[in-house]
Ligand binder design. Structure first.
Ligand SMILES: [Zn+2]
Ligand SMILES: [Zn+2]
Ligand SMILES: [Zn+2]
Length: 86
């Protein structure tokens, strides 16, 4: 329990912008494997197992580094900057 992510203040009380799936993939008709939701703005993007990796691209473009799993029954949070579950 020594590790403490310094980015947790990025987390806001958000709701998913596109609860039906990855925002960019929905726009282009692409498919995804799993989804992650940005906890700063509610962007829903596809995970790194998906070919487009929109969640990672969103984090890189916006510096929103905290995401939460958007799979039913999963609630883990991940910090891109620290590469850690937070
Ligand atoms: Zn962090
Ligand atoms: Zn996507
Ligand atoms: Zn975001």
């Amino acid at each position: 329990m020594a590790f403490e992510c310094p980015h947790l203040d990025q987390i806001h009380d958000v709701s998913p912008n596109t609860p039906e799936g990855c925002e960019e993939c929905l726009a282009t008709g692409d498919e995804w494997v799993h989804l992650r939701m940005c906890l700063s703005c509610g962007h829903v993007g596809c995970c790194d197992s998906s070919k487009n990796r929109h969640a990672t691209k969103h984090a890189g473009a916006t510096e929103h580094v905290i995401v939460q799993s958007f799979r039913p029954g999963e609630s883990w949070r991940y910090c891109y900057a620290d590469d850690a579950i937070v």
